[in-house]
Design a binder for this molecule. Structure first.
Ligand code: C5P
Length: 191
């Protein structure tokens, strides 16, 4: 989404060689960034794998955890026997997969946590469970306007602790995040 595109742009400006793997968005490809468009979590995983190795991986996409397993090619007709039955299969977790790599793991793996409550506690849990170096946590409750909006209020959660930033333009969040990431790399991965 907007935050991911802003990060790609900021990383390019900071001098990185950037590959952006984007889900369906109504945003122009950032100039100078190699952009792959995908529609499914599995295609995102394939595109990410094809773009490795990388020094830094930032997972900002709101990937669906589930996909419909029994999607058909034809319209589902009304019947007298009740509504259609949807069966779900779990999608691969791109972020967790990249962070768990035993060889060729990026030096820094950064994930996002979009929550509507207990934002920091859930982010700390995600940091450990998905083996990330940094989680950028934000409250995406509808009242915040973060989803689809131009601004974001984030908390940076790492092993070192929590750093909370004020409400900022997503472009500014992206710039500051790149500065933080560069500092972390200099310090060998610590925030
Ligand atoms: O578990 P949750 O979806 O809240 O985790 C969010 C983080 O995990 C984001 O960085 C998102 O890009 C990543 N993710 C992923 N693949 C999934 C689900 C989430 O990479 N299937």
């Amino acid at each position: 989404g907007k935050q991911g595109h802003a990060i790609a742009q900021a990383a390019l400006r900071a001098g990185a060689q950037v590959v952006l793997v984007s889900g369906p968005v109504a945003l122009a490809d950032p100039t100078g960034v190699q952009t792959h468009h995908v529609e499914t979590a599995r295609d995102m995983m394939t595109a990410v794998e094809a773009s490795m190795p990388a020094d830094i991986f930032i997972g900002a996409a709101a990937v669906a955890d589930w996909r419909v397993e029994n999607a058909g090619d034809q319209k589902v007709k009304k019947s007298l026997s009740g509504g259609p039955f949807l069966q779900f299969a779990e999608n691969p977790d791109v972020l967790a997969h990249v962070a768990a790599k035993t060889s060729g793991r990026p030096r820094l793996v950064v994930g996002f946590a979009a929550e509507t409550q207990n934002v920091i506690a859930y982010a700390q849990d995600k940091l450990a469970r998905k083996k990330c170096d940094l989680i950028v946590a934000n409250d995406v409750s509808p009242a915040t306007g973060v989803m689809g909006g131009a601004k974001n209020e984030v908390h940076l959660v790492s092993k070192a602790g929590v750093e909370s930033w004020p409400l900022l333009d997503k472009d500014e969040v992206a710039r500051r995040l790149l500065t933080t990431i560069a500092d972390m790399l200099k310090k060998g991965g610590a925030l």
